[in-house]
Write a protein that binds this ligand. Structure first.
Ligand code: B12
Ligand code: SF4
Length: 601
């Protein structure tokens, strides 16, 4: 059997999290992941599909999920038994700084001559530091590495030179660091495919159900994502994916959209196999009226039955919601307004709308069939004070009053944690925004991740909201928001009571941890060990119940039929040794942005 070309590994945030007692707090409460941040980047699927389309075999192994699912899952042994041509590890989100490097070390320990490739936004930011680790050979920079990765795998297999691979930072045999130009920045997202049937075929091919699921609870709640673009037109001060960050650190001057017809095809493809909600990430309103029209009408044309949710970066108008309502049977919306206070939101970089406009937009959406409207607030942002954070509960209560106490409105509040994004405007110039950084380098962030609670893990201190005040006011505001939701019936009274109890226990535990940290250094380890059961109990769903994030879904007979069909065709392909494409390494790389598109649906 031929060797797999690439195994893509996703590490947990902290490698040995199963042995550690770390109070992660609400850091992952707003995403489907646990504090291990076990969700891998969408790019794993697009890279693996792109490689397969060009004749290489790639496999995704979500080590973080495997570790979460079984306390006895042996990472060392699993990696020892792999034998790919190269390993790929994501350092997209900086919270993986610890786990990703430790997994790379294990790869090198068992396979010293197998190249280890890193990529992702954080890897791009830290590429020069990252490549100096003995366990890292290559870093692929930028937001679009499908083609550079193909060229790198070809070079590793002896077809071409790594010196010619775009976006690559690499170590020469003498240990010298080489930085190739960041020249592969496609103007659109049309050359790739976010094809979920690829992941399903991998399950069949490797007889491995859990290794490639996107996050721990995915089989119970199979939510899928579609991505409208790479880059952003906005410039939020603490965001490492802002227009500023992309321009300055990832070589992108202009946002790259996916053609609306291809995006509709991606969604139609999901609908064939997966009953879960589909979440359209990155606000498609950024693309302008023609795109909006084509995309929404396209969704109407495929007769979308899965619930669909949209993330918007500004509050849409009444006309727009009426248009959505006309074409979609089940849609939801989410907006991160960060603060109810216009001045704080403006300091964050969202001065392009007011709280009043948000409220109008909520009322319009609810009038036009919106299934639910999620509203996100964040703590720790520029100029925000403890008083401002603590007002959030009252604001939410008032907002419910002004929107007819409609239980379809679901507000959430969480801290900017664990990290202020590297490459954001604030990270690059903290003093200007009233911040002090506790860590700048990758290695310093790795060390922070081993601190005992999220108060100490955070990489920043804001002059207007010092760490202890941030912790206290976040928990206080979360109680206010939780009570307001329960009072209008947006969440069950029992769920709200359980959340409030957990927040109370979490606050107490945070002060016990503070006492351990402030005590004798020699007693720190044993002190934290004594708190392990409490930490484990309180580490998930702190400021809200995870299930509050979930939208309803329903499996239909055609899902079962289509999955069965896929199972048969993939097994047939394996039995007959048929591969979809043959490698042709003399083939020149496609021009950046050309519509070298995979078959979708
Ligand atoms: C969509 C999105 C999400 C989705 C992610 C869906 C997914 N599975 O990818 C959701 C909502 C779940 C999410 C969650 C989080 N996010 Co987010 N997210 C974004 C957003 C808005 C767009 C990302 C995007 O466009 N990706 C597309 C491209 C860039 O990535 P990709 O296709 O997945 O991968 C390509 C490259 O990155 C690279 N690559 C990635 N991995 C690898 C690995 C190898 C080996 C190679 C070669 C290449 C490579 O190549 C890929 C293919 O071209 C950005 C903001 C922005 N405008 O960029 C924030 C952003 C990336 N998120 C961020 C953060 C902090 C988080 C959270 C940690 C927040 C939290 N505390 O909960 C979590 C982490 C969740 C987890 N891992 O469990 C920060 C990251 C800052 C940093 N450098 O650390 C950003 C920049 C901004 C922000 N604050 O929201 N996020
Ligand atoms: S926070 Fe959202 S809207 Fe603001 S720059 Fe980042 S991705 Fe864009």
């Amino acid at each position: 059997m031929s060797r797999i070309d690439l195994v893509l590994l996703h590490a947990p945030s902290v490698y040995d999290f199963r042995e550690r007692s770390t109070m992660s707090g609400p850091v992952s409460d707003m995403v489907p992941s646990t504090p291990a941040f076990e969700m891998y980047p969408l790019g794993f699927t697009t890279m693996a599909e792109y490689l397969e389309r060009h004749g290489y075999e790639a496999r995704i192994v979500n080590l973080a999920v495997l570790m979460l699912n079984s306390p006895r899952f042996d990472v060392d042994r699993a990696i020892r038994e792999m034998d790919p041509v190269a390993f790929g590890i994501d350092l997209h989100w900086l919270p993986h700084a610890h786990g990703a490097i430790e997994v790379a070390r294990i790869c090198k320990k068992h396979h010293p001559s197998t190249p280890v490739i890193f990529g992702g936004l954080s890897a791009s930011y830290y590429h020069e530091e990252l490549v100096t680790y003995p366990c890292v050979d290559y870093v692929l920079r930028g937001d679009s590495t499908e083609e550079p990765l193909r060229a790198l795998i070809a070079a590793i297999r002896g077809h071409g030179s790594v010196a010619d691979v775009p976006n690559l930072t690499w170590k020469g045999p003498d240990g010298s660091v080489n930085v190739n130009p960041l020249s592969w920045v496609p103007p659109d997202m049309n050359g790739i495919s976010l094809d979920y049937s690829f992941a399903m075929r991998a399950v069949i091919r490797y007889r491995d159900m859990m290794g490639s699921v996107p996050f721990k609870g995915w089989l119970d709640y199979p939510v899928c994502a579609s991505l409208t673009c790479r880059g952003c037109t906005h410039d939020c001060a603490t965001c490492g994916g802002s227009a500023y960050s992309f321009r300055r650190h990832f070589g992108r001057d202009r946002i790259a959209f996916r053609d609306p017809e291809l995006l509709v095809a991606d969604i139609a493809n999901i609908q064939r196999y997966i009953p879960g909600p589909i979440f359209v990430l990155n606000d498609f309103l950024q693309a302008g009226p023609d795109y909006i029209d084509a995309f929404v009408r396209g969704l109407g044309r495929i007769g979308l039955r899965n619930p669909i949710g949209f993330e918007f970066f500004r509050p849409p108008s009444e006309d727009f919601f009426a248009f959505l309502d006309e074409h979609l049977s089940d849609y939801s919306v989410e907006i991160s307004i960060e603060s109810h206070d216009d001045a704080v939101r403006a300091a964050f970089g969202k001065s392009h709308y007011t709280t009043e406009q948000v409220e109008e937009s909520i009322r319009a959406a609810l009038r036009h069939g919106c299934r639910r409207f999620d509203l996100y607030f964040m703590t720790g942002i520029p100029t925000q004070t403890s008083e401002s954070v603590r007002e959030t509960g009252d604001y939410v209560r008032g907002l419910y009053g002004r929107t007819g106490n409609d239980p379809r409105l679901l507000p959430f509040i969480s801290p900017m944690a664990p990290f202020l994004d590297p490459g954001s405007r604030v990270f690059d110039d903290p003093e200007r925004y009233g911040y002090k950084l506790r860590a700048r380098t990758l290695e310093e962030h790795r060390a922070l991740l081993l601190e005992p609670s999220w108060r100490y893990i955070m990489n920043y201190e804001s002059a207007s909201l010092p760490p202890q005040e941030l912790v206290d006011s976040t928990y206080a505001a979360a109680i206010g928001v939780n009570r307001a939701k329960a009072d209008v019936g947006a969440i069950d009274r029992d769920v709200a009571l359980a959340t409030e109890r957990r927040i109370g226990e979490a606050r107490l535990l945070m002060s016990k941890i503070d006492a351990v940290v402030g005590g004798a250094p020699a007693l720190r380890e044993s002190g934290m060990a004594a708190l392990t059961p409490e930490v484990a109990h309180l580490n998930e769903s702190t400021v809200c119940e995870k299930s509050e994030l979930e939208w309803p879904r329903q499996a239909r007979p055609y899902h079962v039929f289509n999955v069965a069909k896929l199972w048969c065709t993939e097994n047939w392909a394996m039995a007959t040794g048929r591969r979809r494409f043959r490698p042709d390494e003399s083939e020149p790389p496609a021009a950046a942005g050309s519509a070298d598109t995979a078959e979708v649906c």
